[in-house]
Design a protein around this ligand. Structure first.
Ligand code: BG6
Length: 491
């Protein structure tokens, strides 16, 4: 991360004792402190319902930092310096009067105020109104909110309207943490800084695209939340569609937030609706049953703690997505994501079309497609699969496929890749919105996803089963083989 933050920012963290704040947000702030990126006077007000005094809250936060910051990166002196910035305020978010005290803490003339709502989205409107009524925010305040923004188009409009009563769009920072991942930002550099790819990035040269976001974990004690959402709402509406937009969008005229977001919205608007007649060929919905994960037996989704028998919520989804525009006409994007898959892996594979005329051994024709494999996590990097001649006098002109490999950690000798939240908090402090999601992006994504959810509800059909530790239902493989293709790991 480049320049130091010269602007003083004070940060109010609502939901400071919650899981997200403890696991991600405070560790990210600690890392900014460690990198000397926080303004020397910046302060943090941790706000939550539980009764603590500041000393007690600092002790708790220190224990949590020790737990969630990697061992080699935890430094007692840095932690003390960071916690010296933190005060604690006990508050019932529904209680307007309690907000009046927040004004004493923040002196607006000397710093920018960031309000981070690490709470349930149902609280966003209430918190915003209470801040406003008590004069705790003004047109310079930045408000940060997490997904999910609603659970369909209608509910997202309600949340966005409530936030909009208090904050202008240029004050709102809607987080999709995938946009904070270094490798995701690299998609912009890859596409628009390398003319080699820029000139090949369309239906003339690309046959299809795969996006896989796989997790080996199951529901991890979040059954109640997850069962109401499911994999489409939890992962596709936000993370996967954002990845798809970054791969599919037209070149923005500059790197400003709105130039990038305008291009993403055009892609979302061009997504072909998945109407009921397309469901059988374009959508596979799965739910995991008992199996193994990293060598250990694990229960099925319906046997997890807190599970309600008979739930039809999907833990896996594979979609064939088509984009109705000039650039992508006829190029399917196969996207899939699931829990309890064989490994944690996010990757994008661009399959290029073969050369127009093939002159090598006929039995090797299937090799003649270049592939660009972009590994988002883990082992961040990319690999361009190219064809060369096999070496040796006896090999004639036999072909061999091999990678041009770029592994970020080795090539750039990076000692650590910052967590997405470090980048995102840093960009909020700088007031840069390009890694945050604009209202129309959220709403267009919901509109597209809602249709799929409605089709499922109308059909009443249950999800297909897959054993934990496999790549989802066989129907997902059939979805690609029907088009004469295969998912990368099956190739
Ligand atoms: C979150 C989802 O947004 O992303 C989780 O709610 C999911 O269900 C997580 O596990 C995955 O994020 P990452 O960064 O671990 O790939």
């Amino acid at each position: 991360m480049a320049d130091r933050n010269e602007t003083r920012c004070d940060l109010m963290m609502f939901g400071a004792l919650g899981d997200l704040a403890q696991r991600k947000l405070f560790p990210a702030l600690y890392q900014l402190e460690r990198a000397s990126l926080l303004h020397r006077k910046s302060r943090v007000l941790a706000i939550d319902r539980k009764t603590y005094d500041t000393a007690g809250a600092r002790n708790l936060l220190k224990d949590k930092l020790r737990e969630h910051v990697k061992a080699g990166e935890f430094d007692d002196i840095v932690a003390e310096r960071f916690l010296g910035r933190v005060d604690y305020h006990c508050l019932d978010f529904n209680e307007p009067k309690g907000f009046a005290h927040l004004n004493d803490w923040h002196s607006s003339d000397q710093s920018n105020l960031i309000v981070y709502m690490a709470t349930a989205p149902a609280m966003y409107g209430e918190i915003a109104r209470n801040l406003h009524r008590n004069g705790c925010c003004d047109h310079n305040t930045r408000a940060v909110v997490e997904k999910p923004i609603g659970h369909d188009l209608e509910s997202s409009k309600v949340i966005n309207d409530e936030l909009g009563e208090v904050f202008n769009e240029n004050q709102l920072f809607r987080i999709d943490h995938y946009l904070g991942k270094e490798t995701v930002q690299n998609l912009i550099a890859l596409r628009f800084a390398n003319n080699l790819f820029a000139s090949q990035w369309d239906q003339n040269h690309i046959s299809h695209v795969e996006i896989s976001v796989a997790e080996s974990v199951g529901i991890e004690g979040r059954w109640g939340y997850f069962d109401k959402a499911g994999q489409v709402r939890d992962m596709v509406q936000n993370h996967l569609l954002q990845l798809l937009c970054l791969i599919a969008m037209d070149p923005p005229s500059d790197l400003s937030a709105d130039s990038i977001r305008n291009e993403k919205v055009k892609v979302l608007k061009a997504l072909r609706r998945i109407t009921p007649d397309l469901m059988a060929t374009h959508v596979v919905r799965g739910q995991y049953t008992a199996g193994t994960s990293t060598g250990k037996p694990v229960p099925g989704y319906l046997e997890e703690e807190g599970a309600i028998k008979g739930s039809k919520t999907e833990t896996f989804v594979a979609l064939k997505v088509e984009i109705d525009n000039w650039r992508w006409s006829g190029v399917p994007f196969y996207i899939r994501t699931g829990k309890r898959l064989p490994e944690k892996l996010s990757q994008i594979i661009i399959h290029f079309k073969p050369a127009p005329h093939y002159i090598f051994d006929p039995d090797q024709k299937h090799l003649a497609n270049n592939k660009l494999i972009i590994r988002l996590q883990p082992d961040e990097g990319m690999s361009l699969q190219i064809l060369t001649k096999d070496q040796g006098l006896d090999k004639g002109m036999r072909l061999r496929q091999g990678p041009l490999e770029l592994t970020f950690s080795e090539t750039f000798e990076t000692d650590r890749i910052p967590d997405a939240y470090e980048r995102l908090l840093w960009e909020v402090m700088k007031g840069n919105q390009y890694l945050f999601v604009r209202r129309d992006e959220v709403e267009n994504a919901w509109q597209w996803v809602d249709q799929i959810m409605r089709n499922w509800d109308d059909s009443g059909s249950p999800p297909k089963r897959y054993a934990a530790g496999t790549w989802g239902p066989v129907a997902s493989i059939a979805m690609t083989t029907r088009d004469g293709r295969s998912w990368y790991e099956d190739a």
